[in-house]
Write a protein that binds this ligand. Structure first.
Ligand SMILES: NC(=O)c1ccc[n+]([C@@H]2O[C@H](COP(=O)([O-])OP(=O)(O)OC[C@H]3O[C@@H](n4cnc5c(N)ncnc54)[C@H](OP(=O)(O)O)[C@@H]3O)[C@@H](O)[C@H]2O)c1
Length: 271
C-alpha cells in the first residue's frame, strides 16, 4: 500500500513516507501509542527532547514485536542548545533516554531558541554550525544515520549548505492544505533535501472546513486523508499525530490520487 512506501534521503538512507508524530502525547502514554501504531503498520516516529516523551518512545520501540532496524526514529536537538559541547551532550543524553544505540534522523529543531521565534532577528548562523559540527561527528561515530534541520528558512539552509560538510537530509516544516510554503519546498527539493511536513492535519483545525469537505467527498476519503495525500503528492514525508487506533489506520489509507488540476487549486488555498 502507498503508506508503506519509502523515500530515499540524499545519503541513500530510506525513510518511511508516512510516520507518526508524537508531540503532545505524554511520556506515560506514548509507549502504548507507539506499540499500537507499530501494530497497524507505522514504522517511523517523530519525537524531540522538547516533547518530553523520548523515554516512552524508546520503551515503545524496544518492547515492540519488530526489529529495531525496521523502525525509523527521529529526534531533535533542543532549541536552547546552540553550542558544540551542549550538542554533543544532547545527542548522548537522547541515546540514553531511548536506551538505543543509534538515532535514524537527528534534526536541529529550530534555527532560533523558541523564546526568540518571531521576536528576534538573530538567526544564530554560528550556533547552528556548532550544532551541525557535533551532529556530523555523531554520524561518523555511528550514533546517527542521517542529519537534518527543522523550521529552517532558505537563508538558514544556505548557511549549512555553504559551511557544513554533510548536506542536510531533510527540512521539517509546517505544510498543510491552506499553508503551502511553495518557494521553500521547491528550494529544498532542488538541493536534494526532503521536506517533512509537520502538522499535516493543521493540528486538527480544518476538519469542518466546507471546501475541504467538498474535495474529500469527490475522492470518497476523509478530510484527514485528503490533507495527507496532498502533502505526499508535494513530495513530502508526513507526520500525522493521533493516539486513536481507528484514526491511525485511517491516516494510512492513502491509496488514491488527487488530480493535477485539483492539486493546483488546493495549493492556492490559504487558511
Ligand atoms: N518540528 C517542529 O517544530 C514541529 C512542530 C509541530 C509538529 N511537529 C511534528 O508533527 C507532528 C504532527 O503535527 P501536530 O501534532 O501539530 O498535528 P497534526 O498531525 O496536524 O494534527 C493532530 C490533530 O489531528 C487529530 N487527528 C489525527 N488524525 C485524525 C483523523 N484521522 N481524524 C480526525 N482527527 C484526527 C488529532 O486528534 P487526536 O489526538 O484526538 O487523535 C490531533 O488533534 C507532531 O506530533 C510532531 O511530531 C513538529
Amino acid at each position: 500500500m502507498y503508506s508503506d512506501s519509502v523515500l530515499t534521503l540524499n545519503n541513500e538512507v530510506e525513510i518511511p513516507r508516512v510516520q507518526m508524530g508524537t508531540w503532545l502525547i505524554n511520556n506515560d502514554n506514548v509507549k502504548k501509542v507507539v506499540q499500537r501504531a507499530i501494530s497497524v503498520g507505522y514504522r517511523g516516529f517523530d519525537t524531540a527532547k522538547d516533547y518530553g516523551n523520548e523515554l516512552g518512545v524508546g520503551k515503545g520501540i524496544w518492547n515492540a514485536d519488530v526489529e529495531r532496524s525496521d523502525i525509523f526514529l527521529t529526534t531533535k536537538i533542543p532549541t536552547a542548545v546552540k553550542d558544540y559541547n551542549g550538542t554533543v551532550k544532547a545527542i548522548d543524553d537522547a541515546l540514553d533516554r531511548f536506551s538505543l544505540d543509534y538515532i535514524d534522523l537527528l534534526l536541529i529543531h529550530s534555527p532560533q531558541p523558541w523564546i526568540e521565534v518571531n521576536r528576534v532577528e538573530d538567526r544564530h548562523f554560528e550556533g547552528n554550525l556548532e550544532n551541525w559540527r557535533a551532529m556530523e561527528e555523531a554520524v561518523k561515530a555511528g550514533k546517527v544515520r542521517a542529519i537534518g534541520v527543522s523550521n529552517f528558512l532558505i537563508e538558514d539552509v544556505n548557511n549549512i549548505l555553504e559551511n557544513g560538510t554533510i548536506k542536510p537530509a531533510v527540512n521539517q516544516i509546517g505544510v498543510n492544505i491552506g499553508n503551502t510554503p511553495e518557494e521553500l519546498i521547491k528550494y529544498c527539493q532542488s538541493k536534494d533535501i526532503i521536506i517533512e511536513a509537520y502538522s499535516p492535519l493543521a493540528h486538527g483545525r480544518l476538519f469542518d472546513n466546507e471546501t475541504l469537505k467538498k474535495y474529500a467527498k469527490k475522492y470518497q476519503v476523509s478530510v484527514a486523508q485528503l490533507m495527507l495525500r496532498y502533502d505526499c503528492q508535494l513530495g513530502c514525508v508526513v507526520l500525522p499525530k493521533t493516539d486513536i487506533l481507528d484514526e491511525m489506520k485511517e491516516n494510512r489509507q492513502l491509496d488514491f490520487e488527487i488530480s493535477d488540476e485539483d492539486m493546483k487549486k488546493l495549493k492556492q488555498l490559504k487558511f
